[in-house]
Design a protein around this ligand. Structure first.
Ligand code: DGY
Length: 317
C-alpha cells in the first residue's frame, strides 16, 4: 500500500457527496478546501495538490487554479461546467473532466415530472387538499393538458433528446432549437429561438449553461411563449433572465413555470415563493442514489486514468 507521501495530494473544493469523498480518500491525500476559503492563505501541502474535485455549483474559477501551482486536472462532479474557467484551464494546460451520460435519464425524468406537475397544478392541488379546502367543497381549477401539446425543447443535446424521447407519444408535436449541436433529430427544427417559443405551448430549457447561453430566454421570448405558455428549466438558472421570468409570471404573460435551477442558487426570488402556478425544486435533477454513485465513479475513473497516464474517459479540456 502507498504511504501518504506517495499518494497524490488532491483538493476537495467545497462539500462533496460522502460516497465520492470515501472513494477519494481511499486513493489520495485529500485536502478539503471550503468554496469561500481565503486562497492566499492555503497551506503549502494544499498548494501541492495535483488534482481538484468540485461540484458543478462550485466549479473551478481562475483564482483557485492560480492558487494551486501544481494543479494538473480539475475533475468535476457534474456534467455542467459553466462554473469552470475553461479558457483559463486551457491556457494553463490544466485538464478538465465532467460527468456526462450517467445523469441524462434522471435529469430527463425530472424535466418531464416538472412539466406534468406544473401543467396539471399537482403541487398547488396538493396544498389545496392539505389545507382542507377540498373537504370544504372547493374544486380544483381546470388545467391545460400535456397530451396533444406542442412541446418546444431549447437545446436538443443528450438531455434534450432524452426528454423528447419520453414525450414523443404525449406531444402533438416536438420542436426544437439548438445553438450549436447537430440538427439531425427526428423533430421539427426551428431556426430562431423566439419562433420556437411562439410555436410552442410548453418550452423546456435543456441547453448547457455558460456565458453564451446567459439570458437566452428573455422577456421577448417569454412574451412569444404567451399567456397559456408553460416553461420548464432543468439546465441552468442563468439561461433565463430571472427578473423577466418573475415579471412575466406576475403579469400573467406566461401561465406557469417548473424550475429546478436558479440564477443565484440557493437563492430563489421571493416573489416566486408566493406563486401557485410555479413549481420549485432545489436543483435535484441528477440527485438519485443510482446516478450520484455513477457520477462519483466517473470522477474516480477520470482521476485514475490521469494518474495512470491513460486517456481521460470524459474530458472537457
Ligand atoms: C450537473 O451535473 O451539471 C448538475 O446540474 C449538478 O451541478
Amino acid at each position: 500500500t502507498m504511504t501518504d507521501n506517495q499518494r497524490p495530494a488532491i483538493v476537495a473544493y467545497g462539500p462533496l457527496y460522502p460516497y465520492l469523498m470515501q472513494q477519494l480518500e481511499a486513493r489520495f491525500t485529500v485536502h478539503a478546501v471550503a468554496a469561500d476559503a481565503d486562497l492566499d492563505a492555503l497551506p503549502a501541502k494544499v498548494r501541492g495538490a495535483r488534482a481538484l474535485v468540485s461540484f458543478g455549483s462550485v466549479g473551478a474559477p481562475a483564482a483557485i487554479m492560480d492558487a494551486l501551482p501544481a494543479l494538473e486536472i480539475v475533475a468535476l462532479f457534474s456534467v455542467g461546467y459553466d462554473k469552470v474557467d475553461v479558457d483559463h484551464a486551457r491556457a494553463k494546460g490544466i485538464r478538465v473532466t465532467n460527468t456526462p451520460d450517467v445523469l441524462t435519464d434522471d435529469v430527463a425524468d425530472l424535466a418531464v415530472g416538472l412539466l406534468y406537475a406544473t401543467v396539471r397544478n399537482i403541487p398547488a392541488n396538493d396544498r389545496l387538499v392539505r389545507a382542507g379546502d377540498w373537504a370544504r367543497g372547493k374544486k380544483p381549477p381546470l388545467s391545460a393538458r400535456v397530451t396533444g401539446s406542442r412541446i418546444g425543447i431549447l437545446g436538443l443535446g443528450r438531455i434534450g433528446r432524452a426528454i423528447a424521447w419520453r414525450l414523443e407519444r404525449q406531444a402533438g408535436e416536438i420542436l426544437y432549437h439548438n445553438r450549436s449541436e447537430a440538427k439531425d433529430a427526428p423533430y421539427r427544427y426551428v431556426a430562431d429561438a423566439i419562433d420556437l417559443a411562439r410555436q410552442s405551448d410548453m418550452l423546456i430549457v435543456a441547453t448547457s449553461g455558460g456565458p453564451e447561453a446567459a439570458g437566452l430566454v428573455d422577456a421577448a421570448m417569454l412574451d412569444a411563449l404567451g399567456p397559456q405558455g408553460v416553461i420548464v428549466n432543468i439546465s441552468r438558472g442563468s439561461v433565463i433572465d430571472e427578473d423577466a421570468l418573475v415579471a412575466a409570471l406576475a403579469d400573467g404573460r406566461i401561465a406557469g413555470a417548473g424550475l429546478d435551477v436558479f440564477a443565484h442558487e440557493p437563492h430563489v426570488p421571493p416573489a416566486l415563493l408566493a406563486m401557485d402556478q410555479v413549481v420549485l425544486q432545489p436543483h435535484q435533477g441528477s440527485a438519485t442514489v443510482h446516478t450520484r454513485a455513477a457520477m462519483a465513479d466517473l470522477v474516480i475513473a477520470n482521476l485514475d486514468a490521469w494518474f495512470a497516464g491513460e486517456a481521460l474517459p470524459t474530458p472537457v479540456v
